[in-house]
Design a protein. Structure first.
Length: 311
């Protein structure tokens, strides 16, 4: 309503989302379908152009728009609750503990840069769980990140370090001949050297700067609120959803659960087998965590969106 300056009676009179979970389902396998022309569509399409990259060059901070997906691009798509929860940054560690697999989201820094011989040098750090133990291990980590987040194949590897169980990897728009990020040859064991804090790229020759690198970078979440918790969310088959859409879909599916599928919910809450249904409390703690943060993060996002300029 605020972004489109329309009255409440003009909003679609349907959700635009549908619970299509199978009759016998576990909590994490609940399924949501996006349908056409609903309140969800209106919400999502009012915020898709608000996400932005935050770029620091010297003392100046600039913002580069980076649009997420319009609703029509994923009409009739289905998402499980696990698909959604795996992409919520604030519960990523809890997700790992619950399912023993990494969440589909990683932290990252703002972009920082400087002007080098009339070119714009840009870099940013990606933060991921775990630490690498060798050059070969680091190579696998970077290759995995580029597989999950394809735009990183446009960014060159510069250095990596670890601390407190986390790895920090710096990527830049500076590339060298013969060192191709696409095949990760810029981080092969023979082209990186070890130092006191980790590993650094050891490239020679004249670098080439890609001044249009941001246009080749997929959306990064967290720019709407403008805080330091920026992060990269894996796409759904190439579709990059707004983080607000993920919260909306997750809470809608859970509200449908307690309203229309109380048997599944009560079975989870009982923490024991009921009739022929096995114990289904594996994801219960994770879901409670998601609900808790939704009550604070979703309103914070809404406030940020209300304050966002229209131009």
């Amino acid at each position: 309503m605020a972004r489109t300056l329309k009255n409440i009676e003009t909003l679609p009179q349907r959700h635009g989302l549908q619970d299509v979970s199978p009759k016998v389902a576990t909590l994490d396998s609940l399924v949501l379908k996006v349908t056409a022309s609903g309140t969800f569509d209106a919400m999502n399409d009012s915020v898709v152009n608000l996400e932005k990259f935050i770029v620091h060059i010297g003392s100046e901070v600039s913002y580069v728009r980076s649009s997420t997906a319009q609703s029509q691009t994923f009409h009739n798509s289905t998402f499980t609750l696990r698909d959604i929860l795996s992409r919520i940054y604030s519960i990523r560690e809890h997700y790992l503990d619950t399912f023993n697999e990494n969440a589909k989201v990683v932290g990252c820094s703002h972009f920082s840069g400087s002007i080098v011989e009339s070119h714009k040098f840009l870099s940013f750090d990606v933060f991921t769980e775990g630490v690498f133990k060798s050059k070969e291990d680091l190579f696998r980590v970077v290759r995995d990140l580029r597989g999950r987040f394809a735009f990183l194949k446009n960014w060159g590897f510069e250095r990596a370090s670890w601390a407190g169980g986390f790895t920090s990897i710096k990527f830049t728009n500076k590339k060298y001949a013969g060192k191709n990020p696409v095949d990760s040859s810029d981080v092969m064991p023979e082209v990186i050297s070890e130092n006191s804090f980790g590993y650094t790229a050891q490239h020679y020759g004249t670098p080439v700067y890609d001044d249009d690198i941001l246009s080749k970078t997929h959306p990064i979440a967290g720019g709407i609120s403008g805080n330091m918790d920026t992060h990269i969310i894996e796409s759904f088959n190439g579709i990059f959803l707004s983080e607000l859409a993920l919260f909306y879909m997750g809470m809608f599916l859970l509200s449908s659960l307690v309203r229309y599928r109380p048997d599944i919910w009560s079975n989870a809450l009982s923490r024991r087998a009921v009739s022929n249904n096995p114990v289904d409390d594996k994801a219960l703690s994770l879901i409670e965590h998601f609900i808790e943060i939704s009550l604070s993060i979703f309103p914070q996002h809404v406030v940020a969106i209300l304050k966002e300029p229209f131009s």
